[in-house]
Write a protein that binds this ligand. Structure first.
Ligand code: SF4
Ligand code: SF4
Length: 389
């Protein structure tokens, strides 16, 4: 087939047929953004302020994230694909007990489950427009594409004050994937409000619920999250010690944080997704903290196989579980964190277990152990506990 990439003289081809085919593949929303103009976002200032913590790959790829022509030379369109992961079948977390997981984590890893459909989406461009494999790239959160900003330009939603992409149809619950292509499609219009043309909070009005609800005061301004203070960063991306001053605010959040998403009133309009590209693991929500604190490596691998939580590794999950235990006030958990503080091979786990033990009132039982501990990470926890408050 002759390649139909849209005209070089500015003419664009209708996205209708491609949209229909991609919706049929299982994507819940498909929108098109013009790639000609690089994005204008505060990303560079955010990076310069160090708010990306140690996520240095963001710095390395910033130019590509803002300009897709650096990803696919001659790029004309960014096709943004949304997969709605809201499900009415997912029980809400118990109001008073148990660990709380980010909703997205209660599925098999979406990178894996969406990828086959994304590859098929590329074939659609080849079928309908004669694109060759060099003329487009597909990404599901794995490439140098600023998905939320491109999704906002494509009108898939708007950027809320919570810095998330909010869809009028799907609320805050979208996985995003992107296709960068040389085909010039007629772009979709972004979400607009005659009172507000800014990039952030287009349809937020006077609402500030997300900013007010953040448990660790991670918002430095509407739409600006300091990752260093964000529970999602601390419990997922940070591979080291969680700062002591942030631990109480983490509460029962064992993996990720949905607080600034959950409180958003736009979720009222979110219908459940079709779930065609997802594999639910809602059973994880039933795990008791006591069971997590005694996980063996074998059991961990078995329970969290194919989920995003597997990338945290067992030590990361135990670290988080100790923080949740320390916040629980549940003295029945004391023997479990005491055992981890005394015997676990990982200093990272021992350090957080020491903190949890003191928080649950068992610090005196660690007196002998504190003199034997040689690892500086863990010793620091003992020393902090010994400081006068
Ligand atoms: Fe705050 Fe949680 Fe939102 Fe991070 S994810 S900004 S911690 S509410
Ligand atoms: Fe906007 Fe309110 Fe939603 Fe925050 S909670 S993103 S302010 S509508």
């Amino acid at each position: 087939m002759k390649a139909d990439l849209g005209g070089d003289n500015g003419t664009a081809v209708s996205p209708h047929a491609v949209r229909e085919r991609l919706l049929a593949l299982g994507f819940d929303d498909v929108r098109f953004a013009a790639a000609g103009e690089p994005l204008k976002t505060p990303l560079r200032a955010w990076l310069a302020a160090g708010m990306h913590a140690d996520m240095d790959w963001l710095t390395r790829t910033v130019d590509k994230r803002l300009d897709p022509a650096l990803v696919v030379p001659g790029a004309r369109t960014v096709i943004m694909l949304g997969v709605n992961y809201w499900s009415d079948a997912l029980p809400r977390p118990h109001p008073a007990a148990g660990p709380v997981w980010a909703r997205y984590a209660l599925h098999e890893d979406y990178h894996d489950t969406i990828k086959p459909a994304l590859l098929a989406a590329g074939k659609v461009l080849e079928d309908l427009h004669g694109a060759n494999a060099d003329s487009y790239r597909c990404y599901v959160d794995t490439g140098p594409v600023l998905e939320r900003s491109w999704a906002a330009r494509a009108g898939l939603g708007f950027t809320g004050k919570n810095a998330m992409l909010i869809s009028r149809r799907h609320g805050n619950w979208l996985f995003l994937a992107a296709m960068v292509t040389r085909i010039a499609f007629t772009p979709d219009a972004p979400v607009r409000n005659r009172h507000h043309e800014g990039a952030v909070g287009t349809l937020c009005g006077k609402c500030t619920r997300c900013l007010d609800a953040c448990p660790t005061a991670a918002f430095t301004a509407p739409g600006v999250v300091d990752a260093r203070r964000c529970v999602s960063y601390q419990t997922i991306e940070n591979k080291g010690v969680i700062p002591r001053e942030l631990r109480p605010g983490i509460g029962r959040r064992i993996y990720g944080c949905d607080t600034c998403l959950e409180v958003c009133p736009w979720n009222r309009f979110a219908a459940a997704g079709r779930q065609l590209l997802l594999a639910a693991r809602h059973d994880l929500a039933d795990l008791a903290l006591a069971d997590i604190l005694v996980l063996s490596p074998e059991r961990y691998a078995e329970v969290f196989r194919r989920t995003p939580i597997k990338r945290l590794k067992l030590t990361g999950l135990l670290r988080n579980a100790c923080v949740v235990a320390g916040n629980s006030g549940d003295r029945a958990l004391l023997p479990l964190v005491l055992t981890l503080a005394r015997t676990h091979a990982s200093p990272l786990v021992r350090a957080h277990a020491v903190w949890a033990t003191f928080r649950l009132g068992g610090g005196a039982q660690l007196t002998a152990d504190s003199t034997l501990e040689r690892d500086p990470l863990v010793r620091n926890e003992y020393e902090q506990e010994a400081l006068p408050t």
